[in-house]
Design a protein around this ligand. Structure first.
Ligand code: BG6
Length: 301
């Protein structure tokens, strides 16, 4: 019997631009154009890898990450939706919402020599999900690979009542050594310090990370640069439809608690998350839509 990957390859036939393969626990789409590659899992519509030609892997993925384990995969770009972080009133509901651990459906693939693209949808708000979130929505994610990787998450309110939404494209960036990393672009933006009971802080300096960091920057500009001294590389993230940026590194003790960061994972990653979180929630009227998008590129520097 044909597996999911075979069926998807037969149905979408996008040649070398997008090929589906099976991995233990789930199916992934492999995007390729020129010498750039990306991998997108159907679970969570989660980008797992982005390698712009000659510049090495840009995303961090835990060596312990497993598809199909019924929980989020640690690394890549998890989609947090329709709430960011713990549920605002009910601690028993899953952190960062429920779409990151569920399978999405492929709706479109395309490749034209300059770009490779895949679109996935999540629309199946069955009775079980209603207990978690009593609204109706259609979600679409589009991942486009070229020299730059673009990810766009569109939410449409298909119900009869307005709802408010917090969300993130929770990007794990791979770095050579966290001790030589500088995050620029958030200077002067107020942040909610999640490690200090939500105290508000502000700094005029680029961020350096030498301990646990968990901050929701509000009213952020559309561009953040991660300078990675050890790799001699700069990763630039630009965004639209997002007013918050989350910067997160669990450091040592929290890594032990999380259990899936790998031995020295915290030294090799930093999350710069394109978000609408905290007071930057998005309100959607029936029929209205909102797109949260990011573009990531890397260059030597
Ligand atoms: C970050 C949050 O976005 O995600 C952190 O700011 C959280 O507080 C982290 O610990 C990881 O969350 P999870 O649910 O993927 O372990």
């Amino acid at each position: 019997m044909a597996g999911d990957a075979d069926k998807l390859n037969a149905r979408f036939a996008a040649g070398d631009a997008v090929r589906f393969t099976e991995r233990p626990g789930g199916c992934v789409a492999n995007l390729r154009v020129a010498d750039h590659t990306a991998v997108v899992a159907l679970q969570g519509a989660q980008v797992l890898s982005f390698v712009p030609g000659g510049l090495g892997e840009v995303l961090w993925l835990s060596p312990l990450a497993r598809l199909g384990a019924g929980k989020a995969v640690r690394g890549g770009i998890p989609v947090c939706w329709p709430w960011f972080g713990p549920h605002p009133h009910e601690a028993s509901k899953p952190a960062h919402g429920f779409v990151r651990a569920r399978n999405w459906s492929v709706t479109e693939v395309a490749g034209d020599g300059d770009e490779a693209r895949i679109a996935l949808a999540f629309e199946d708000f069955d009775a079980r999900l209603e207990a978690l979130w009593p609204h109706k929505a259609a979600l679409q994610i589009e991942v486009t690979l070229g020299e730059t990787l673009r990810v766009a998450l569109t939410t449409r309110n298909t119900g009869v009542a307005p709802f408010s939404l917090t969300q993130a494209l929770h990007t794990y960036l791979r770095v050579g050594d966290i001790a030589e990393v500088r995050v620029e672009g958030l200077e002067g933006s107020p942040y909610i310090d999640q490690l200090q009971a939500g105290r508000v802080g502000k700094s005029s300096r680029p961020i350096v990370i030498d301990g646990e960091v968990d901050r929701i920057y509000q009213d952020t500009a559309d561009r953040v640069c991660v300078h990675d001294g050890a790799k001699g590389r700069v990763i630039e993230i630009t965004k639209t439809g997002s007013r918050s940026t989350v910067v997160w590194n669990p450091w040592i003790e929290k890594s032990v608690r999380l259990g899936d960061m790998g031995e020295d994972g915290y030294r090799r990653m930093v999350c710069v998350e394109t978000a609408n979180a905290g007071r930057d929630a998005v309100m959607l009227e029936p029929g209205a839509r909102h797109t949260l998008s990011l573009a990531i590129r890397a260059h030597r520097g």
